[in-house]
Design a protein around this ligand. Structure first.
Ligand SMILES: [Zn+2]
Length: 108
């Protein structure tokens, strides 16, 4: 498979981090692409998928401003962006059930 430089999208990759020779040696460019594997993961933040789970799931439905704020906060705290018990739709009882089991306050 012939990969194309992630920075200029023109040259063939012949340096680590998916960069071409000239981009790799352009000051600052390398720092924009810490490693290939991290960018294969989904998520808002630029940290790896080994982040700890958030303390509590959120009742905010996906796509709502509340949910986006939660994701941002988690990214800032270097936590995993998604909690397995996050609400998947408006009124999803999943996070509440999780919290009932854990007896923690709801993060809204
Ligand atoms: Zn390049």
């Amino acid at each position: 498979m012939i990969a194309v430089c992630r920075h200029c999208s023109k040259c063939k990759v012949n340096r680590p981090r998916g960069l071409c020779w000239s981009c790799y040696y352009t000051p600052g460019v390398k720092d924009l692409y810490p490693s290939t594997s991290k960018y294969a993961r989904r998520g808002v933040g630029n940290f790896s998928g080994n982040a700890p789970l958030p303390d509590a799931p959120t009742t905010a439905a996906p796509g709502t401003p509340e949910k986006l704020a939660i994701l941002e906060q988690r990214a800032k705290l270097k936590q995993a962006i998604f909690h397995p018990s996050d609400a998947r739709y408006e009124g999803d009882p999943r996070p509440l059930e999780f919290l009932k089991a854990r007896a923690l306050p709801v993060a809204v």
